[in-house]
Design a protein. Structure first.
Length: 324
């Protein structure tokens, strides 16, 4: 999937006593209170409103309905509750990984041509984000039937996307090798971001489990020879390098994401922090191709600090949404 590939906003079922705090309570643990209203209530209300706004930005206006369906509908799932893919895709590090994956994916001329010619990411970036995040959440957390239906819907769309790049390269969105590239760039980005910013980084064995589990989705979408280990994932990424370059459309997309972000001014500081973390985590050959400055030691430290701060803030906000 493409722009802003995140499902962290959907997460998983809440644990008792964690997140989604009931508003207006006066439990002794909340500290001093006056007139039955604790002093922390204004902070809770702000946190709940901000978390709700963030969730609806990511999941779309029907996010609550989708989350109820994804987590509440009974039936077998593609992945068990303790699956590594659930750990990664339910974490706020996906916000960094999603931005990184789009920048990386743009370096494939055919993939970028398809996005530029057949996507509404400029006109409706939040709608595209909602669709992508819902797809990721459905395939990871939803029932097997819903996951397959989501895959079938995407494959129907891909079957209609055809074209020729400005350089005369014929492309098709359902080309197995192009699908493999999108998958490899996406999963490698999610894994790198989670390793740096995830609340529970994976062990090497669990990282291999993650790659193997996501391969199921990649194959379902039509990709072939999908890697199932971290070593295989890195080798696949390296294997694409001769075909990668920054076309004018790729540079334009990077400018849109990094210099003209589709977010209101109130969210710019947080978005800028996520973007800095995403760029810093790219391999140098990718930043060089996109014309992005190589971060020095000080800038690397600043970007990582910003990434940690932003992802921690996102976790705190999303965990403060009230039940229902």
């Amino acid at each position: 999937m493409g722009l802003f590939s995140v499902s962290a906003g959907y997460g998983g079922p809440r644990h008792p006593g964690r997140g989604r705090l009931a508003l207006g309570t006066t439990a002794a643990a909340d500290g001093p209170y006056r007139g039955g209203v604790t002093l922390v209530d204004p902070v809770r209300r702000w946190r709940a409103r901000s978390g709700e706004a963030l969730f609806l930005r990511v999941a779309g206006p029907h996010g609550h309905r989708s989350r109820t369906r994804i987590h509440g509908r009974p039936g077998p799932r593609w992945f068990p509750p303790d699956a590594a893919v659930r750990v990664v895709h339910g974490d706020a590090s996906m916000f960094v990984g999603g931005l990184r994956s789009l920048l990386l994916q743009s370096l494939h001329p055919a993939a970028m041509a398809g996005v530029a010619s057949h996507s509404d990411f400029r006109d409706d970036p939040w709608g595209r984000l909602a669709g992508t995040s819902t797809f990721l959440a459905t395939t990871v957390f939803g029932t097997a039937d819903d996951a397959q239906a989501a895959v079938d819907a995407v494959r129907t769309i891909h079957a209609r996307v055809r074209g020729v790049t400005p350089d005369g390269i014929v492309y098709a969105a359902d080309d197995p090798d192009l699908l493999r590239w999108v998958h490899v760039a996406e999963i490698e980005s999610f894994l790198v971001a989670h390793d740096r910013y995830g609340s529970h980084p994976l062990s090497p064995a669990r990282a291999d489990e993650y790659v193997a589990q996501t391969a199921r989705v990649g194959r379902a979408l039509g990709a072939l020879d999908v890697p199932e280990t971290v070593a295989g994932l890195r080798a696949a990424l390296e294997g694409y390098r001769p075909a990668l370059r920054a076309t004018p459309a790729a540079v334009d997309a990077a400018q849109f994401l990094l210099r003209e972000p589709p977010v209101p001014w109130t969210l710019r500081p947080g978005y800028t922090a996520l973007a800095a973390a995403a760029v810093e985590s790219l391999p140098t050959w990718a930043t060089d191709a996109l014309g992005l400055p190589r971060p020095g030691r000080v800038r690397v430290a600043a970007a990582r600090a910003a990434g940690h701060g932003a992802t921690r803030a996102i976790r705190w906000l999303l965990a403060g949404q009230p039940e229902g």
